[in-house]
Design a protein around this ligand. Structure first.
Ligand code: SGN
Ligand code: CA
Length: 526
């Protein structure tokens, strides 16, 4: 008898917990720029294939200024998990070998609140996930075709296209594997649309008949800016390869395309791939464009493949939203969509990220929370991936640890007027020398002005985003901006102190290793 009533108490409390606490579905992609989300309204809004993503914004809130702490994969993920800047969570560059999984993270704190936690997809933090009841993560960067996963049981290769495989695994966990008596927090983390932008077989010919609009700065000459913008290694013109990146086997000089794609594919996948790219490649090899025409061709191929990848991400979002609807979970599940950082889609002639310039510093953030977030709301306050952990904790009713450095977005989501919201945001990128050769820098942004300091080459930049939203003119030495420079420098110093940033260790980089410089000479079609 005692046993029976005890059982009932247990059941009832489980039901109460799940009824009270909302589920959290965090959908994350890799390198998805806001320019490629239609509801952000950029120059690609008519071609960005994002109806399901846009539905999150339509039914929830779109954040126009979600700024990352450090625009690179592993560091962004570490910030999200810990609610701390890179210098405090220890994961400062992608080259950092292992995230210290023993430290405090929001999934661990959610577990204490009775949540079931799960991460499926890209992880990229070196160490094994901690704080998750369930995890199936891609190994390293992961592969687009027939990806390998690491799970607590070991390694597993799954046939299929990565975005679809991750979605299936997420749906399977939601439907069959989780404990339905507990609220859940699921992180569904896609590899797409990361470089080399390989599309799903069914979308290989999407956008074939479309001309993608070019950004105004595709042929940027970097005049009016400093060494950092000139010395990077991430232009479409020079760095982007015709072989691996743009999928022309005749130019696959290092065998990357074969290694990453064709050798991993099943015969059926390879047949679809060759049928799609073969004729398009043949046309290019015959026409032999050069100079600006070749850059324009590269841009089109790059953007089409990128958008094809987005098509699958969007479809994945549609599938999980439908699952929530069909299973009575829609009302009590908060859906968040974001990416580890933004990306250059030809702006300044670039791909990749890392810089504090707008396209890679800003990341998409859309949140749907039925009954709490007013549908169709748009927020322009400065928020950050630094805020995600505390937001999730407040949603779960947990305390926000004092050592986390962000602010919970819950009041903003509920439409409350928030006094004392941050007016400025601190940024710091550390990976140099390294991939794409972006000099280390830190900076401060206040919604209008952006001050950046490339400390290992001792160069400052100031942009006035009101008069110069595309960041083409460094005003640092313009006497008319002397007051702004002074104010922003003081703010940078204040933020460094507030966030406990150690003194920069300025290293001599006058002769950086050449090991990372990928392709100093542009390829020509022969
Ligand atoms: C790979 C890419 C780089 C990219 C980094 C980091 N090269 O090394 O272009 O900047 O990942 O990306 S590739 O030839 O392997 O595609 S991140 O999203 O993981 O930070
Ligand atoms: Ca990334």
């Amino acid at each position: 008898m005692i046993k029976k009533s005890f059982w009932w108490v247990l059941c009832l409390s489980a039901i109460t917990v799940s009824a009270e606490k909302p589920n959290i579905l965090f959908i994350f992609s890799d390198d998805h720029a806001t320019q490629a989300v239609s509801s952000y309204g950029g120059h690609l809004k008519d071609v960005a294939p994002t109806p399901h993503l846009d539905s999150i914004a339509k039914e929830g809130m779109l954040f126009k200024r979600c700024m990352v702490t450090n625009s690179i994969c592993g560091p962004s993920r570490a910030t999200i998990l810990t609610g701390k800047y890179s210098h405090l969570n220890g994961f400062m560059t992608n080259e950092t070998t292992k995230f210290d999984g023993a430290q405090q993270t929001f999934p661990k704190l959610l577990q204490k609140m009775g949540y079931q936690t799960s991460v499926i997809g890209k992880w990229h933090l070196g160490s094994e996930p901690t704080g998750f009841d369930h995890w199936e993560v891609l190994i390293g960067q992961g592969y687009y075709y027939n990806p390998d996963f690491r799970t607590p049981k070991g390694k597993e290769r799954v046939e299929g296209y990565c975005t679809e495989v991750v979605t299936d695994k997420a749906l399977n966990w939601l439907d069959k594997k989780r404990d339905k008596n507990k609220p859940f927090m699921l992180m569904m983390q896609h590899k797409a649309p990361h470089r080399e932008w390989s599309p799903a077989p069914k979308y290989l010919t999407a956008f074939d008949d479309v001309t993608i609009p070019e950004p105004d700065t595709l042929f940027d000459s970097y005049e009016g800016r400093g060494r950092a913008a000139r010395e990077q290694d991430m232009t479409i013109h020079q760095t982007m390869t015709l072989g691996k990146d743009l999928k022309i086997p005749e130019y696959d000089r290092k065998g990357d395309l074969a290694r990453r794609i064709s050798k991993r594919m099943t015969p059926t996948q390879l047949k679809a791939w060759n049928a799609a790219y073969g004729p398009k490649n043949a046309k290019l090899l015959k026409e032999k464009p050069t100079g600006k025409d070749l850059v324009r061709w590269k841009y089109q191929r790059y953007l089409k493949d990128y958008l094809r990848c987005i098509k699958s991400v969007d479809e994945s979002v549609g599938q999980v939203l439908q699952y929530l609807k069909d299973n009575g979970l829609e009302e009590n599940t908060i859906v968040i969509y974001s990416s580890d950082q933004g990306f250059y889609l030809g702006e300044h002639g670039w791909f990749d990220k890392r810089f504090m310039y707008d396209e890679s510093y800003r990341t998409p953030l859309m949140v749907k929370w039925p009954g709490k977030v007013k549908p169709g709301s748009i927020n322009s306050q400065i928020v950050s991936n630094l805020d995600f952990a505390q937001t999730f904790l407040e949603i779960a009713g947990a305390d926000q640890p004092k050592d986390m450095q962000g602010m919970s977005l819950v009041p903003i989501l509920k439409g409350e007027k928030v006094e004392n919201w941050r007016k400025t945001h601190y940024y710091h990128y550390y990976e140099f020398p390294g991939w794409h050769m972006v000099h280390r820098h830190e900076g401060v942004y206040d919604g209008r002005y952006k001050l950046m300091y490339f400390y290992d080459i001792d160069e400052w930049e100031l942009y006035d985003l009101k008069s110069d939203p595309k960041e083409m003119k460094n005003e640092f030495n313009n006497p008319e901006y002397a007051a702004e420079v002074k104010r922003m420098k003081a703010e940078l110093a204040a933020l460094r102190e507030h966030h406990k940033v150690p003194e920069n260790q300025i290293k001599d980089v006058s002769n950086p290793t050449q090991r990372y410089i990928s392709n100093p000479v542009p390829e020509v079609i022969k």
